[in-house]
Design a protein around this ligand. Structure first.
Ligand code: OFO
Length: 168
């Protein structure tokens, strides 16, 4: 393996490595949701979370590529067991939103750290994630609202929503 000399500050490298872990953990959580909905026979919801899981892996890959571009090392860590509250649809959707809010917090911490160090290259790179998190939280919130409005107490609404989510 080639010798690498770190370019980024050590604390930032650690935070980015942690972020890689959390993106992969998010993928794991969403795969857990995918399994829950598949087992419920809601294939549209299952598909929606499968796509979500794939996006999380892409996010991890973006961070890995960034570290490599900066000539720093990627350190993959153990991924925690997915703890899905998988007994109730709405609880699953809400815990998806909670996860996204947690990820936003981590990205903000990372951003704050890069700002302290006047690390403008990292800040530019993180801009994409700042926007992405806004989008992810919006999607998760909308999904909860639509479930509550149309599907919670109505099997025809649930059927329709499942169908729409299958088209993501
Ligand atoms: Fe990676 O954005 Fe969701 O968690």
């Amino acid at each position: 393996m080639k010798e690498v000399s770190p370019v980024l500050n050590k604390k930032l490298i650690d935070l980015i490595n942690l972020q890689i872990n959390k993106e992969l953990e998010s993928a794991y959580i969403y795969l857990d949701f995918t399994n829950y909905f598949t087992e419920r026979g809601l294939n549209g919801f299952a598909h929606w979370y499968k796509v979500q899981a794939e996006e999380e892996i892409e996010h991890a890959e973006k961070f890995m590529a960034f570290l490599h571009d900066e000539n720093d090392k990627v350190r993959l860590m153990a991924i925690d067991k997915a703890e899905c509250p998988c007994t109730d649809d709405l609880e699953v959707l809400k815990s998806g939103l909670k996860n996204e809010m947690y990820i936003t917090e981590l990205i903000n911490d990372l951003y704050g750290e890069a700002e302290k160090m006047n690390d403008y290259r990292t800040l530019r790179f993180l801009d994409w994630f700042i926007n992405e998190q806004a989008e992810e939280e919006k999607n998760a919130n909308e999904l909860i609202s639509r479930y509550e409005l149309f599907a919670k107490d109505c099997s025809a609404g649930l059927y329709q929503l499942d169908k729409e989510l299958g088209e993501r």
